[in-house]
Design a protein around this ligand. Structure first.
Ligand code: G3I
Length: 467
């Protein structure tokens, strides 16, 4: 009895504290109700962003609304592979640079969208497969994430890699056919190329607990258990007329894995439930401490890819819609503060003088003289503290059925992952052996494998043994 009474007393005491805290928060909120989306989101440590395009930055009323309301932007299209590397190894950063300069000048953060996606690949990549595509992907990540190193809040490293429907399977694509490890290779490469960006996996039809979001959940859990670098999950949230009742629960279960969650491409079909749903989504994010930001996929309704759906917060004249009020009110009602470690990095980017990592790939070695069964050459993409090496194995005058490359990793360096080869060890002399699909190399023909390592230095000419 005594226990029950003291528990009751404690509950009553705790309730008083909760109530008075809630009142204090409410008073604080009403006293400081912000008048823009970005400012209101910032009060709980979050960002509120919008997708835009460089050619819209001076277009009215888009520009006025963008600059007034949002504290984060994302390129709707201009950081995608087809845009940034239209021809292999020829990079176009102009539009992305403009977007970043625009954001920096206004203290906005920038989401990067997207390093690797089965869609919107340049034609040359669409024509590729196997080792060539895998290496092209790695090079693309190194060059693009390297170019904007230190300036991206979060990268959608991989976009939409899971199939729709109930299978929970990976989506078939040329990337998937390079081997199931392509996603983790992409994340490891991105981490090395831009160590300060949060690395996200981003997908749609994941706006509740379903087979697809569960498959992604299982991948994230696996990545966390094996130390594959992943920091966040993007829920695109292209929504219709009702919200999945497990929307918040789904956010929470990802957060419980130790990753941030971001609502990355929010738009909601205009109709009688639009404003209510915008409020629901906002509140769901605010309720989960690790849901660190919301991005709407466009500014004005006519900007939207969903022609005729009017799914955004502003009409074509830049007027605020009821959906806008629902979001602003939800933000101003406050939410669970984001944990200190997941607050967006400083909105000022590092000094322009910060050199991007060396992104060209000069040959590190010269090939050994032909004559043996095979020879190997190495080229390296290096930055301070790490590198990706691409090793080319060339058969001699006769075809070979297998190969082993022995190379010496620089002193102090350590291999973290490899692709298209099995390896023994990670420091000193390391042997790389062909895998099942690349052992046979025709006379004078070549195949490639690669690996990533921490550390600095160069690699002497490797030895190659054919079998
Ligand atoms: O820029 C070319 C132009 O030169 C060409 O003449 C014209 C002819 O079709 O196409 C233009 O490219 C279009 C591009 O948007 C830029 O406007 C593409 O056709 C068009 O397919 C592309 O659509 C984009 C789509 O992704 C595909 O990349 C949408 O604007 C963009 O909103 C949409 O965004 C995606 C996210 O990246 C991922 N999640 C889903 C979301 C909606 O589909």
């Amino acid at each position: 009895m005594k226990t029950v009474r003291s528990v009751r007393t404690m509950v009553a005491f705790a309730a008083t504290i909760v109530l008075s805290t809630a009142m204090a928060v409410a008073v604080a909120n009403s006293a400081s109700a912000a008048s823009t989306l970005g400012a209101a989101a910032a009060e709980s440590g979050r960002y509120f962003g919008a997708a835009t395009n460089s050619f819209m930055l001076n277009r009215q009323p888009h520009a006025t609304v963008l600059n007034r309301e949002f504290n984060s932007i994302v390129a709707e299209n201009e950081m995608k592979w087809y845009h940034t590397e239209p021809n292999q190894n020829q990079f176009n950063f102009t539009a992305g640079d403009q977007l970043i300069a625009h954001a920096r000048a206004r203290g906005m953060t920038v989401r990067g969208h997207t390093l690797v996606w089965h869609s919107q690949q340049p034609q040359w990549a669409r024509n590729m497969s196997g080792t060539a595509l895998r290496n092209a992907m790695i090079n693309h990540i190194n060059r693009v994430a390297g170019h904007w190193r230190g300036q991206i809040h979060s990268w959608d490293v991989v976009n939409e890699a899971f199939a729709d429907g109930g299978s929970g399977a990976r989506r078939d694509s040329n990337l998937q056919r390079t081997g199931n490890d392509w996603i983790e290779v992409a994340f490891r490469t991105a981490r090395a190329a831009d160590p300060n960006a949060k690395l996200c996996y981003n997908d749609y039809n994941t706006d509740g607990i379903n087979a697809k979001s569960t498959a992604i959940y299982n991948m994230v859990r696996d990545f966390k258990s094996r130390g594959v670098p992943i920091d966040c999950v993007g829920l695109q949230s292209h929504l219709g007329t009702s919200l999945d009742p497990t929307y918040q629960q789904n956010i929470q279960r990802f957060a419980d894995l130790g990753v941030d969650v971001q609502i990355t491409e929010l738009d909601i079909l205009q109709g009688s439930n639009q404003a209510n749903m915008y409020g629901q989504v906002t509140r769901a994010c605010l309720a989960v401490a690790r849901c660190t930001g919301i991005t709407v996929w466009g500014v004005l309704d006519p900007d939207s890819w969903r022609t005729g759906a009017n799914p955004l917060l502003f009409d074509g004249n830049g007027n605020k819609k009821p959906a806008y009020d629902a979001v602003l009110n939800a933000l101003n009602a406050g939410g669970n503060p984001t944990p200190p470690t997941s607050a967006p990095p400083a909105t000022t980017a590092p000094p322009a003088t910060t050199a991007p990592p060396a992104t060209t790939a000069p040959p590190a070695t010269t090939p050994p003289p032909p004559g043996g069964g095979c020879s190997a050459t190495v080229s390296m993409n290096s930055w301070n503290g790490g590198f990706v090496a691409t090793v080319r194995v060339t058969a001699g005058p006769a075809s070979i059925n297998g190969w082993r490359v022995r190379l010496t990793v620089p002193s102090g360096a350590s291999v973290t992952n490899a692709w298209n080869a099995d390896r023994s060890g990670n420091t000193g002399a390391v042997d790389f052996t062909n895998v099942s699909y690349n052992g046979q190399v025709g006379a004078g023909q070549s195949t490639e494998f690669g690996f990533q390592a921490s550390g600095n230095g160069s690699i002497p000419t490797p030895g190659c043994t054919a079998s």
